[in-house]
Design a protein. Structure first.
Length: 565
């Protein structure tokens, strides 16, 4: 496929007008002063003014700009949060985890937006889901709407719409088949495969070393986030101090029979064999993006990581990443987030009048068909065209712009595509939601045209070998996929004593996990883990675990209710 722009400016303009906004008022025709909106955003990986093509579209439509305040980028996230809440103005738009959002409502930092949601053409469509969420807020007996839970869907509470699971081992198909695509019974076999590939291919095409596995510390909280996510390979999700299983059972996160321990041990074995990126403990997420975009990393584990490399061309070249089956996996997979994903949008209580109206107008657009497309990192006319059947078809720029940071035309905002993507890093509507304009999802990964386009040599060979077109039906056929209802429950915030215990224990778990990953041998690993458990016992660990098990029983009960149990 030639890498030139394949659509004309006339087509771009036509498409932009065909996706007109139907929100509150007609901001494009109104003369308004530029409004800078401070967005306090726990999900953001970027801090500063939103720039690039997304910055331009929202400035053109609403004459607003977003000043994103990102705790995980700023340094001391807790201090930033405490300082801003003490000032009475956390943000104009705030994006928080459920527990902190509850606290901010109690502190009077969040506005009641009930009337505005009812009057919004897009947000009002999800009024029942918003009501369900807000009814759980402590002290909200009147049923007011304070928060818009992130990533709600218009599917159902028990549907899983994807063709791939969120978290699973993925390898480059050409390298994997080059060594015979051997059966992998367990993680030891996976390490053997990584070793063989690394030996055959020590250097990437850019001349830089290939790393079988890479980690990064940016996302860590009370544990190593990548290890916590990969714990889902073996049937459990990390929730604070515990592991919550797909059957509803719970274990301590440090239990030697648990999946967090198992994946930590896996990482240490990788380190001992020279298969772990030496920069793992010090590099930033952006460094990892560069490595994935250059195919310097062999093992990907989160489905969206493929977006930094996979394309139809590369699929036909057999270089795409695809699921590499491991026989003993028992994959823990939440369903579509019908009621939200555990984070929530709100509006600062200090915002009133026209400013509040414009913020609601922007949020409503983010949940509209047009806004959802932009929020899913796509520019109409540049990223996709509209077929005769009204469905969307990815362009060459759409396929390559994100991973290659391709130049965006000046008339659409200019700069690099990746640099100009929306930096809020959360969504009013989840991508699996159905777009009424097309009858298909907002995420291009589920478009019929994209699925057909991605029937490449890689996918065809994989399907022939494993007897299924996609990963989800394969895992269902082997009994390795366990979908749990994605309930969105607002948990009570920690009291002072538990908060102190959690902070101390969390630092111990995180620090010791990193040291265990870099243990020089098995005996050193065992010593570090044993020292961690002894240290935790002196910090109130048993009290914390008992507290968390009681807390997350609420999740278990809600899931059982969703399943009719």
């Amino acid at each position: 496929m030639k890498r030139n722009r394949i659509i004309s400016l006339v087509c771009v303009i036509t498409l932009l007008f065909s996706l007109t906004f139907t929100g509150i008022g007609n901001s494009a025709g109104e003369a308004r002063d530029l409004l800078t909106i401070e967005v306090y955003d726990v999900a953001a990986n970027y801090q500063g003014i939103q720039s690039g093509w997304f910055g331009q579209i929202i400035k053109e439509k609403f004459n607003i700009e977003l000043n994103i305040i990102a705790p995980q980028v700023a340094g001391d996230a807790q201090m930033l949060y405490q300082t801003r809440t003490a000032s009475g103005k956390l943000g104009d738009i705030i994006l928080l985890d459920n527990a902190d959002f509850q606290d901010c409502i109690k502190a009077g930092l969040v506005a009641d937006i009930t009337d505005e949601v009812k009057a919004s053409p897009n947000l009002s469509q999800y009024y029942d889901q918003y009501t369900f969420y807000n009814a759980m807020l402590e002290g909200n007996e009147a049923g007011a709407i304070y928060g818009l839970p992130c990533q709600i869907t218009n599917t159902s509470p028990t549907t899983y719409s994807e063709t791939e699971v969120y978290v699973s081992p993925m390898l480059p198909w050409d390298y994997f088949t080059e060594i015979g695509a051997p059966q992998m019974k367990n993680l030891d076999d996976l390490l053997d495969v990584l070793q063989q590939i690394k030996t055959a291919h020590p250097v990437a095409e850019n001349g830089e070393p290939i790393y079988p596995i890479t980690l990064w510390p940016d996302w860590d909280s009370y544990y190593l986030e990548p290890i916590a996510q990969m714990s889902k390979w073996y049937g459990y999700e990390v929730r604070d101090s515990i592991l919550l299983g797909y059957k509803g059972d719970m274990k301590e996160i440090v239990d030697e029979e648990g999946s967090y321990y198992k994946i930590t041990k896996f990482m240490n074995q990788a380190y001992q064999r020279g298969l772990l990126d030496v920069d793992s403990a010090t590099q930033k997420w952006d460094d990892v993006v560069g490595k994935m975009s250059s195919r310097q990393v062999l093992l990907l584990w989160y489905s969206w990581q493929r977006g930094f490399w996979n394309t139809p061309d590369r699929g036909n070249d057999r270089t795409n990443y695809i699921y590499a089956p491991v026989d003993d996996l028992q994959v823990y997979q939440p369903s579509d987030p019908f009621y939200g994903d555990g984070r929530v949008f709100g509006v600062g209580a200090h915002i009133t009048g026209e400013a509040k109206d414009r913020i609601i107008e922007f949020l409503d657009w983010c949940g509209s068909p047009e806004g959802s497309i932009y929020m899913q990192h796509m520019i109409p006319g540049y990223s996709f065209t509209v077929g005769e059947d009204g469905k969307y078809i990815m362009t060459e720029d759409g396929l390559y712009a994100y991973m290659e940071n391709r130049k965006v035309p000046d008339e659409l905002g200019g700069g690099g595509f990746y640099d100009g993507k929306q930096e809020i890093n959360q969504w009013i509507l989840a991508g699996v939601s159905t777009n009424p304009e097309t009858g298909e999802s907002y995420t291009n990964a589920l478009w019929s045209s994209y699925l057909e386009m991605n029937k490449t040599n890689t996918t065809k060979e994989w399907a022939a070998k494993y007897g299924a077109d996609y990963q989800v039906p394969y895992l269902l056929s082997t009994g390795q996929l366990h979908v749990v209802p994605n309930v969105n429950i607002i948990m009570p915030s920690d009291g002072t004593d538990i908060s102190l215990i959690r902070g101390q224990c969390g630092e111990a778990v995180k620090d010791s996990t990193w040291r265990a990953v870099y243990a020089k041998d098995d005996a050193d690993f065992d010593r570090i883990w044993g020292d961690l458990k002894n240290k935790l016992n002196g910090l109130g660990w048993e009290e914390l675990v008992a507290h968390d098990m009681q807390k997350y029983q609420t999740i278990v009960n809600a899931r059982n209710a969703a399943l009719g149990n």
